[in-house]
Design a protein around this ligand. Structure first.
Ligand SMILES: [Zn+2]
Length: 293
């Protein structure tokens, strides 16, 4: 099983989280068909979410919601400190427009909303920035800089296969208060030397090897992160029933009249739920009747 690996420089000014998230990304598409574009962007978002969540405190969780004008429309990725994560892509079949090669065009112009949920808060703490490139990594770095005043390097990698993902992974390096200009210069030079992340993961690099240039040039201590990452949707029959109730009495009446089982597929994990007509009738009875006039 996989864990996020975390490092803190001995002077406390640089922290890094790094992960190989291929298995996690594969779980996101285990039961759901998706285009290469949707898979790459969603895998990057999922990786960013588990990396960011690993730096939270016990019990906390966060979500990243990318919304753009591009064909992918929106991507949502959520993760908890204890490693549970899930992701959703609104238009899983999306392709880049003819002649466009920049993958960020999949999302295009739009916004990234980051919601931080504390266990006892009713409302999450939300910060938002414009999308910088739609490539996910740039956008997360821009958010960290604008919203948290944290200079960072965010490097995310994902290569799709026809079926699932070949590789996914990446790291987030953040500067903590007290860093010097000298550190910034040195890190910028080193970030040029990390190699192409996708190729390095393809060649079998481990999470710590992805960041070896930093580890070799600064003094770091590894911070033990106790939790394994795992894909968990959290969907269940209750949630499915609630989503069906949201369709409203008229639609529900039509579904009952068809006398066919209704199938609902979870958009996060692909699990299929079947509701028989008598279950629909039971749900319908909890809604008000439609006045005849
Ligand atoms: Zn689900």
């Amino acid at each position: 099983m996989t864990k996020v690996q975390k490092y803190l420089s001995t002077d406390g000014t640089i922290r890094i989280s790094t992960v190989i998230s291929t298995d996690l990304a594969n779980e996101a598409f285990r039961y759901l068909e998706a285009s290469p574009l949707a898979k790459v962007l969603t895998s990057r978002a999922l990786t960013a979410a588990v990396l960011m969540a690993s730096q939270l405190k016990e019990g906390l969780s966060l979500s990243l919601h990318f919304q753009g004008e591009g064909p992918v429309k929106s991507i949502f990725a959520a993760a908890t400190y204890d490693g549970s994560a899930r992701a959703y892509c609104e238009n899983r079949g999306a392709e880049l427009p003819e002649g466009v090669t920049k993958i960020g065009a999949g999302l295009g112009r739009g916004a990234l909303e980051v919601a931080l949920q504390q266990p006892h808060d009713r409302q999450p703490h939300v910060g938002a920035v414009e999308l910088l490139s739609g490539e996910i990594g740039d956008d997360v770095a821009y958010y960290l800089g604008q919203s948290q005043q944290i200079p960072s390097i965010v490097a995310l990698a994902a290569i799709p296969l026809d079926d699932g993902m070949e590789v996914a992974g990446g790291y987030i390096l953040e500067l903590m208060p007290g860093y010097t200009d000298d550190t910034v210069r040195k890190l910028e030079a080193l970030s040029e030397m990390t190699g192409v992340l996708t190729e390095r993961i393809q060649q079998g690099a481990t999470a710590s090897e992805l960041i070896d240039v930093y580890l070799m040039n600064f003094k770091f201590e590894e911070i033990e992160h106790p939790h394994e990452i795992h894909y968990r949707c959290g969907c269940n029959v209750d949630r499915v029933e609630r989503s069906i109730l949201l369709l409203g009495p008229t639609t529900l009446d039509d579904m009952i009249a068809s006398e066919e089982d209704s199938e609902v597929r979870c958009e996060f994990c692909g699990k299929l739920y079947t509701l028989a007509t008598d279950e629909l009738i039971r749900l319908r009875q909890t809604l008000p009747t439609i006045p005849l006039n």
